[in-house]
Design a protein around this ligand. Structure first.
Ligand code: G
Ligand code: MN
Length: 235
């Protein structure tokens, strides 16, 4: 089964909620959590992966309605697997579902990792461009690790990036890493890209990010990802 957990994205300066990111938290028949990697591998094998994204999005829109995200002007961020992005018709499905749920495209942020563009670059790109054209926001997830490159920041139709949590974790004790984070933030600002720092766990990290001009963050300092809970409404 598919569980849904939500984590707030906040404005660093005052902790005000600006968005919620949805995470898929699969559980087995006994209700025990299973690793998303295992789950996705299984779904890919059984061919279920195609409808998984739609199922997930359906859940997200239901959650969005319960949390009254639209009425409160809060964004919803959703992660999609590499597999789904390359599927022809992916963008059309998202567009159609947002319309059915009357959810404004500008409030839906689609998080993609760069690996999405490795296998099927042309097809993935055209799906992304369709989505962007329809008014959805696109951000590059886990920026700074793995295959992410500076080139993508100008090459892809994106609105922002998520600074990988490993940078947030190491910048406090590693001055050279801190310089790197500062440079990424400057670059993003010059390119007019939003940055969300992932994995903010301490006040020290928060302060450092603020000093370097980072505006948005998420992490355990604010809230762990948690099951849909109406108390989120009062954050
Ligand atoms: O793929 P993505 O980078 O969106 O996933 C983020 C993951 O990081 C989630 O699984 C989430 O549970 C986890 N996470 C969220 N906040 C924190 C945090 O403050 N610290 C750490 N270590 N992990 C976090
Ligand atoms: Mn993400």
């Amino acid at each position: 089964r598919l569980g849904l957990h939500l984590q707030p994205v906040v404005r660093l300066s005052d902790g005000v909620l600006v968005a919620v990111e949805a995470f898929c938290r699969p559980v087995d028949g006994q209700g025990q959590p299973i690793s998303p990697r295992e789950f996705i591998a299984e779904a890919e094998l059984t061919g279920l992966i195609g409808s998984l994204g739609q199922l997930m999005l359906q859940r997200c829109f239901t959650a969005a309605r319960e949390l009254r995200l639209k009425e409160r002007g809060l964004r919803l961020a959703v992660n999609f697997s590499t597999h789904e992005l390359a599927r022809a018709g992916f963008a059309d499905d998202v567009i159609a579902m947002a319309r059915v749920h009357a959810f404004p495209p500008e409030l839906l942020t689609i998080e993609v990792t760069e690996t999405a563009l490795v296998d099927q670059p042309q097809r993935t790109r055209s799906e992304l461009e369709r989505l962007r054209h329809a008014g959805f926001r696109l951000v590059l997830d886990d920026f700074g690790i793995g295959s992410s490159s500076f080139n993508s920041l100008v090459d892809l139709p994106i609105d922002g990036l998520k600074l990988d949590h490993t940078f947030t974790a190491s910048m406090v004790t590693d001055p050279r890493r801190c310089v790197l984070v500062g440079a990424i933030l400057n670059l993003a600002r010059s390119l007019d890209l939003d940055v969300v720092a992932e994995g903010v766990e301490t006040c020290e990290q928060r302060q450092l990010l603020l000093d370097m001009g980072c505006r948005l963050a998420q992490g355990f300092l604010y809230s762990h990802p948690q099951p849909l809970d109406l108390s989120l409404i009062h954050i």
